[in-house]
Design a binder for this molecule. Structure first.
Ligand SMILES: [Zn+2]
Length: 141
């Protein structure tokens, strides 16, 4: 691997995919350093330290996670619920099936549109993203 960080020139870099999949532990170095305070607090300190590390790994995984495919479906569901709510309190029964069909078609269209125009490009970009373990810069290769 001949890639280097564009900011500091370090070759200690890793992909966002790697971070997300837990392929590195270096990401946590800044949140450590509490140490085992010694004496009777040692065990408690150790437990807190362990949970802090676990949490920050989750946070890192979250920060570097791939884009969500579900967003389109979630928006579709929200729009669907709102319109259904309006229908139930305002409804003209004769047109409900037609409107329901339109809503479902709208949700499917929105989901596909989101997947193709928002999710796919974002995912492609995410796959090219790298993180520098030395200076913390995120960059695209
Ligand atoms: Zn760097």
């Amino acid at each position: 691997m001949s890639y280097t960080c564009p900011k500091c020139g370090s070759d200690n870099i890793t992909t966002h995919r790697n971070i997300f999949e837990g392929g590195t532990s270096d990401i946590n170095t800044t949140t450590r350093g509490g140490g085992l305070g010694g004496g009777s607090g040692g065990i408690v300190g150790g437990l807190i330290g362990a949970s802090t590390t676990g949490k920050s790994q989750t946070k890192a995984a979250l920060k570097y996670s791939p884009p969500s495919k579900a967003v389109g479906a979630v928006w579709g569901a929200i729009i669907f619920s709102v319109i259904l709510f309006l229908l139930l309190f305002n409804g003209a029964p004769g047109t409900i099936s037609l409107i329901t069909f339109a809503i479902v078609a709208g949700c499917i269209f929105y989901y596909n549109h989101h997947k193709k125009n928002v999710y796919a490009p974002k995912y492609a970009e995410w796959e090219l993203m790298w993180h520098c373990n030395r200076c913390g810069t995120d960059f695209k290769i």
